[in-house]
Design a protein around this ligand. Structure first.
Ligand SMILES: Cc1ncc(COP(=O)(O)O)c(C=O)c1O
Length: 325
């Protein structure tokens, strides 16, 4: 067997580069104590409990035109997730914000994603969270592919997931224990769909694998399921504010949390998908049946436009950064 020491690793590193690494711009690691831009060095110790137990919390946010959108709500949700699993943050939220901005700056792009992780930390390979040297922070700056609706303007084909939703305690925490979410994504791909949506034992709609799902009902009200039984999406909360602030014939009459079932989906005028990667997208078909007339509806169009404008121009929600000279 090849034995690889540090010198051999340095020689090997260039050959470890893969085509998808083109979209990996920079990574901060508290284990390394700095930022790397060489993808072969964007690694995690295997004994970090994030790797072998999923014992960690994370966030993903986007930056557009050199401004990170909703940075504070994301890091505050990260803090709530960490509190829920008694995970001490390794730095203050202000220091975390500074590290994110400096890493984005070194990433040297105007558009992309910030992927933020706080892990239980390295130390032994068993489940004991007390057996670690301390929590760690990792921040990766990566490319942003074109949005779903740009690639598929006719909308998403969705269906019912066979994967049971997480219990409320785990659904509210954005932990790195995302096996049900990954299996939902696999199910969607295997069925040739764009997403599947989980329903609980009572038949109430919950969420997609990494997105919240809402309905525009027969009265024109935008509804999202009980926020205590799923992840409170930063996009969903902002879209609800924008919906309440939008007037005119295309605007929803209200935006509320209300439990919904498959029967409500069949009656809905529109079905919306909201999330950091999806912005506001629409479902054209659910289990093969059209939603409304199956075409992009007025509430979808109005809210998508409002959200995209917010992402680009709302100085109160944008954290801007420079790029390296
Ligand atoms: C399970 C789940 N629900 C909803 C969302 C949407 O949250 P946000 O709008 O903050 O991206 C995500 C985001 O990744 C998620 O993982």
């Amino acid at each position: 067997m090849n034995r690889i020491d540090l010198a051999a690793f340095a020689q090997l590193a260039p050959s470890l580069r893969k085509p998808w690494h083109d979209g990996y711009y920079a990574m901060y690691s508290s284990v390394l104590g700095g930022v790397v831009t060489e993808p072969a060095l964007m690694t995690l110790p295997l004994d970090d409990h994030m790797a072998h137990r999923g014992d960690a919390v994370f966030e993903a946010m986007k930056f557009v035109d050199g401004g990170i959108y909703n940075l504070r709500p994301h890091i505050e949700r990260l803090r709530r997730s960490a509190d829920a699993i008694a995970l001490a943050l390794p730095v203050s939220l202000d220091d975390m914000e500074r590290i994110i901005v400096e890493t984005a700056c070194i990433g040297n792009r105007r558009e992309g994603y910030v992927r933020l992780f706080v892990s239980r930390g390295p130390g032994g390979f068993d489940a004991n969270p007390y057996a670690v040297c301390g929590s760690q922070l990792y921040v990766a700056i990566t490319a942003m592919p074109p949005s779903f609706m740009e690639q598929r303007p006719e909308g998403a084909r969705a269906g019912v997931s066979s994967i049971p939703p997480k219990s409320p305690m785990y659904a509210r925490v954005k932990s790195c224990n995302y096996l049900p979410n990954a299996l939902m994504k696999k199910e969607a791909v295997d069925r040739g769909l764009d997403l599947v949506v989980a329903f609980d034992e009572q038949g109430f709609m919950r969420e997609g694998s990494t997105e919240n799902v809402g309905l525009v009902n027969e009265d024109g009200v935008l509804t999202f399921p009980d926020p205590d039984r799923m992840l409170r999406g930063t996009t969903m909360l902002r879209v609800m504010e924008l919906a309440k602030d939008t007037t005119g014939a295309d605007a929803p009459t209200d935006a509320v949390f209300r439990e919904t079932t498959r029967a409500d989906i069949e009656r809905a005028r529109e079905m919306l998908i909201v999330g950091t990667t999806w912005d506001v997208s629409m479902v054209c078909q659910f289990e093969g049946k059209p939603i409304g007339d199956g075409r992009p509806g007025p509430v979808y169009r109005a809210l998508r436009e409002r959200l995209l404008e917010d992402i680009r121009t709302n100085t109160a929600l944008r954290t801007t950064f420079g790029t390296e000279p």
